[in-house]
Design a protein around this ligand. Structure first.
Ligand SMILES: Nc1ncnc2c1ncn2[C@@H]1O[C@H](COP(=O)(O)OP(=O)(O)O)[C@@H](O)[C@H]1O
Ligand SMILES: [Mg+2]
Length: 360
């Protein structure tokens, strides 16, 4: 680039140089920096996927033999589902054919019945050759990846099953979801199912250390352990926290404290103990104040919920009482994920606990 610019001559060369530098400099720099680490360190090939041995073994056989069943990946977030199929597809087709042969739809795309009927079906009906333009063999089918398939409506799923069957000669489907129970039975029975396990701490630690090394981060051993602990088997979460911690601690060591602060895991015991104490002994008015304080202090309701869940199990209540409370927790959890008011939800949970405790 420099050599090229030096070579240009004429009256406009200086201003052009400035313009070119202005255009190329900051934007390329920005682009390099703006890649989230979860994307930057996404496994590039199936072999790089850690901890999911069964899936990797089956996929590797498929890549070698250029044959693939319809797939259904399920399991908790951040365990490598999306990465695995993307890597497998890349290995099957190589970079040039990838665009033609792989259709990727996720929850952010419209996936109602209309789209399944038109987009998916049209793509599935295209026939494909069994070789690449350069003559190398490649599988004679396309792949349709339906990421986060559990957010598809049941009619859309039903529309899919006929397409899946009819186009089985030219198309393979890969459905990805967190909860397999939300996929209708006729679809699950047409796919090979693979469960992705939450990643073991050792595996997560290793990946995080690799990233630290590549990014030249200074860190304490406890900080990595804390990342693994707060992320609960979700490597995406751990990597994202690590990146935020690195941003906030440029040229400084990343400490356990920094991680805990970013993750927003408030000092667990004192706060929740206090709340439970009010549930068991206090009045509704006191409870209201206590919950209001917690929410105002910025604790996330989901986190309060998780910690309450852990402590309720150890409380001196009968099994029946605990089951009533945990059932309410499930309802609250659903409401929270649907965007309900945090204060009201936690308060309603606490009042159920209070009511149950009053039977003692
Ligand atoms: N088994 C794994 N091996 C290696 N990296 C993983 C694994 N699981 C998750 N990751 C990391 O977490 C990020 C998110 O993974 P992803 O495949 O998108 O998870 P999901 O299961 O939610 O689709 C990836 O970019 C990758 O860096
Ligand atoms: Mg995913």
């Amino acid at each position: 680039m420099q050599a090229f610019l030096k070579g240009t001559s004429g009256p406009t060369s200086k201003s052009q140089k400035d313009k070119a530098a202005a255009a190329a400099g900051p934007s390329t720099e920005k682009r390099a920096r703006a890649v989230p680490w979860v994307e930057k360190y996404r496994p590039k090939c199936v072999d790089e996927v850690a901890f999911q041995e069964e899936v990797v073994a089956v996929l590797k056989k498929s890549v070698e033999g250029a044959d693939l069943p319809n797939l259904l990946f399920y399991g908790p977030p951040g365990t490598g589902k999306t990465s695995t199929i993307l890597a497998a597809a890349r290995e099957l087709y190589g970079p040039e054919l990838y665009r033609q042969r792989v259709l990727e739809l996720n929850a952010s795309d419209e996936r109602g019945i209309q789209v399944v009927r038109e987009k998916v079906k049209n793509f599935a009906q295209l026939t494909v050759a069994g070789s690449r333009p350069d003559g190398k063999p490649c599988p004679p089918f396309k792949i349709i990846i339906l990421d986060e398939a559990d957010s598809m409506t049941a009619p859309a799923q039903a529309a899919l099953r006929r397409t899946m069957e009819k186009e089985s000669r030219t198309t393979r489907f890969c459905l990805i979801c967190n909860y397999i129970s939300r996929i209708i039975e006729p679809l699950t029975s047409r796919c090979s199912k693979f469960r992705f396990k939450p990643l073991a701490s050792g595996v997560q630690e290793q990946r995080l250390l690799q990233i630290c090394q590549k990014e030249n981060l200074k860190h304490t051993a406890e900080s990595i352990a804390a990342l693994v602990q707060v992320s609960e088997g979700d490597l995406r979460k751990a990597i994202t926290f690590l990146q935020s911690a690195a941003r906030l601690n440029v040229d400084r060591e990343i400490t356990e404290r920094a991680v805990v602060e970013i993750a927003g895991v408030g000092s667990p015991l004192p706060t929740i103990d206090n709340l439970l104490h009010v549930c068991f002994r206090g009045t509704f008015e006191k409870l209201e104040v206590e919950v209001r304080n917690l929410v105002d202090e910025g604790y996330a309701a989901t986190q309060i919920l998780n910690q309450m869940h852990e402590s309720i199990i150890d409380q001196d209540l009968s099994d029946k009482q605990k089951s009533v409370i945990t059932e309410k927790m499930a309802v609250v959890s659903k409401c929270l994920s649907d965007g309900a008011d945090e204060f009201l939800q936690i308060l309603s949970l606490c009042s159920v606990i209070m009511q149950e405790a009053s039977h003692n």
